[in-house]
Design a protein around this ligand. Structure first.
Ligand code: FAD
Length: 503
């Protein structure tokens, strides 16, 4: 029999491995629930609960094509060995997976086992990420080509292989503690499609204007990231629906209409999605090590548990930071700008190495996608060596993005009696410290110190040389389809030498 191994692609649409396996005859649709991965520090019960819902939805979809899902609980190598002994596996079909270090190591072990058993393992491209990419030149062209191809139709399965499914363990049974993510999204393709439809129907019209404030972003962003991360939706199908919507918009609106800039911004982000995952595909250590070695030793010895705890529990004394962190904990989502601000505050003002904060945020983000996550974390911490240093001022951000203090009042209710001016600087009022803490650091001083420390590493002669190599390997190309000349390749990334930007 052929096995379709469902991984982070919990759908039956735009699914090359599924179509290929069915085309080859007798097929078993398999999901392996691996308890060991759930011991990893980047995962949380909220992810597991979302996964359970996504798997139920996948099972219903598969039944429609006469192929019920078989669930097995255990480690992948054992499961494949047992299935092979009982049924004889002809081939395994799956998507390529660019995920965390645990899945990377697991895939290497599975590949070794399958080679020993002489079972071919066909892994199809999952999205715009290219395995064994030789050069970033021309990447954008290849991305567009992949996104424009019509997905394979999925045939009815006439020879399904069924095996007894194991029950999915509860989150407690696999050692996860309750998530307290009471307002999270619900898993499954239908939910993802509903969001996409409502975004294209109306929610997305002012997307480009409203994405920056957490007051409007929950409604005006697409909110499909978690469905992409679990593969309930494919990037390609979303891209193709967006293209149809874009054509419609351009036919029916005048230049300068909000829909035009919004749909363009949305479509660029679909490309960014793959661009960032490509970085992890090309450099798996991105999850664990500074991309630019000049950042090594910068923060490692300064870790303060007190500062970290205050940050992760939303008790830093900076109302907008605390509101964002508490909202994230309760909903599993916060918008891009606020994510960047949370990381900037941890990395610069609190001078924490990014690794612990990144794990906390991974647990909190329902849409945790390692390739995007660690690339962004390193960018916002100043450890890539190729991006502008951005230090967000949390007071200014609060005043800009939540001028009336509505968001702060919702998530930091102990400040709700303060006026819209006072609420951004409660330390200037007589709020007692047993109600709300004083600021954990002095903003201006902490920012200045961080700025001078981060720039000190950029002065070493080696810095430029290494940065040029990083640009060559990972940076997006302005001239996406043309080959860069040798001169261009050696040009240092201008961005790195700018003064820190204050947001
Ligand atoms: C520190 C940090 C960590 C992040 N971690 C993750 C993560 O683990 N998973 C994740 O999906 N996104 C992550 N992002 C990127 C971004 O914040 C989210 O993709 C976005 O907020 C998701 O909401 P949405 O689906 O409404 O996005 P929309 O704004 O509606 O965008 C549509 C899709 O485009 C992609 N996208 C949007 N912004 C970005 C971006 N900046 N980089 C790459 N792809 C993008 C996502 O797939 C998103 O679903 C992170 C950003 C930062 C600053």
């Amino acid at each position: 029999m052929n096995v379709v191994w469902f991984k982070r692609d919990l759908r039956i649409t735009d699914h090359v491995p599924l179509a290929s396996a069915i085309g080859q005859g007798q097929t078993l649709a398999l999901y392996i629930l691996e308890p060991l991965i759930w011991q990893e520090r980047d995962l949380d019960a909220r992810h597991y609960e979302f996964l359970q819902e996504s798997i139920s939805c996948l099972d219903l979809q598969l039944k429609k094509i006469n192929l019920p899902l078989t669930i097995k609980v255990g480690n992948a190598e054992d499961i494949f060995r047992q299935l092979h002994q009982r049924f004889g596996i002809k081939a395994i079909y799956s998507h390529q997976e660019t995920w965390n270090d645990w899945t990377y190591q697991r895939d290497k072990r599975v590949a070794k086992l399958l080679t020993e058993l002489s079972i071919p393992w066909y892994q199809a491209q999952q999205n715009g990420v290219i395995r064994r990419l030789r050069s970033r030149n021309g990447w954008a062209r290849q991305w567009h080509q992949y996104m424009s191809e019509t997905p394979l139709a999925i045939p009815l399965c006439t020879e399904s292989q069924i095996d007894k499914s194991d029950d999915l363990p509860t989150s407690e049974e696999i050692g996860l503690t309750k998530s307290n993510c009471d307002h999270r999204q619900v898993g499954g393709r239908n939910e993802g499609l509903k969001l996409l439809n409502s975004f294209f129907a109306s929610r997305g019209e002012k997307y480009s204007k409203k994405m920056s404030s957490p007051l409007t972003a929950y409604q005006s962003c697409s909110r499909i990231s978690t469905y992409l991360a679990f593969g309930s939706l494919s990037v390609r199908e979303v891209y193709q629906l967006a293209l149809t919507k874009k054509n419609e918009i351009y036919m029916h609106t005048e230049p300068g209409s909000p829909w035009r800039s919004s749909i363009r911004a949305f479509m660029s982000r679909l490309r960014w999605h793959c661009h960032f995952i490509q970085k992890l595909e090309d450099e798996p250590t991105l999850e664990l090590k500074n991309l630019h070695p000049s950042a090594d030793g910068l923060r490692e010895s300064c870790f303060s548990t007190e500062r970290f705890n205050a940050w992760q529990h939303g008790l830093t004394g900076y109302p907008f930071i605390d509101a964002c962190m508490r909202a994230l904990r309760a909903t599993g989502w916060i918008n891009f700008r606020m994510r960047a601000m949370l990381v900037s505050f941890a990395s610069y003002h609190l001078w924490l190495h990014w690794r612990e904060p990144s794990l906390h945020l991974a647990r909190m983000f329902l849409d945790y996608e390692p390739g995007i996550h660690y690339s962004q974390i390193q960018m916002q911490s100043g450890t890539t060596g190729i991006n502008a240093i951005r230090i967000y001022n949390p007071i200014k951000q609060g005043m800009d993005q939540d001028p009336e203090g509505v968001f702060i009042r919702k998530w930091v209710p102990e400040l709700s009696s303060l006026s819209k001016v006072e609420i951004h600087t409660p330390w200037l009022t007589n709020i007692p410290t047993d109600v709300y803490p004083k600021p954990i650091v002095e903003e201006k001083i902490a920012r200045r110190e961080a700025s001078s420390r981060i720039y000190s590493i950029r002065r070493s002669p080696k810095f430029k040389e290494i940065s040029a190599n990083i640009v060559d390997k990972h940076a997006s190309r302005k001239q996406s389809t043309r080959t860069r000349t040798k001169k261009q390749k050696n040009t240092e990334p201008k961005k790195s030498w700018k003064q820190p930007e204050l947001f």
